[in-house]
Design a protein around this ligand. Sequence first.
Ligand SMILES: [Cu+2]
Length: 167
Amino acid sequence: MKTQVTLGLMALVIGTTAIGFKLQAAESTGERAATAQVERVITVHKSASCSCCTGWIEHLEENGFEVTVKDTDNINQVKIEHQVPRELSSCHTAIIDGAVIEGHVPATDIVAYVDSQSRPFGERTIGIAVPGMPHGVPGMETGRQDDYDVMAFAAGGRAESVKRYEY
Ligand SMILES: [Cu+2]
């Protein structure tokens, strides 16, 4: 019991140090130009046959992301594992910095979300999604342009719009 308490305290100290260092690093980096050069490493889970997923991956690469593609025969299982609410689900599921990106989310919104400290549901926030397959989203250039929302979501299906695109 005594050992456990000590270990817990050590973890807390290490954790605090890590946060302090991170903040310090961000301050010394300073300018936005330096931030923009940081590589965005993302893993995309998709079905092998999904062509609009490939279109979205190209959109990410054009915007400076380094993409690892993982084809799967059971994309629904991936969504269950990453707690993507059924009503928000789309064709592909991606992971970046521990955040879940579901569907055809524009690269700028991924960057804004990952960089931002604001999370609509606090630590329970899992990620962001563009539900379904709206026409005109990155990777879905069909010639038609739908209005759509980027939704933040948490476990248990809680969700709210963090950005709306209207045309
Ligand atoms: Cu798609």
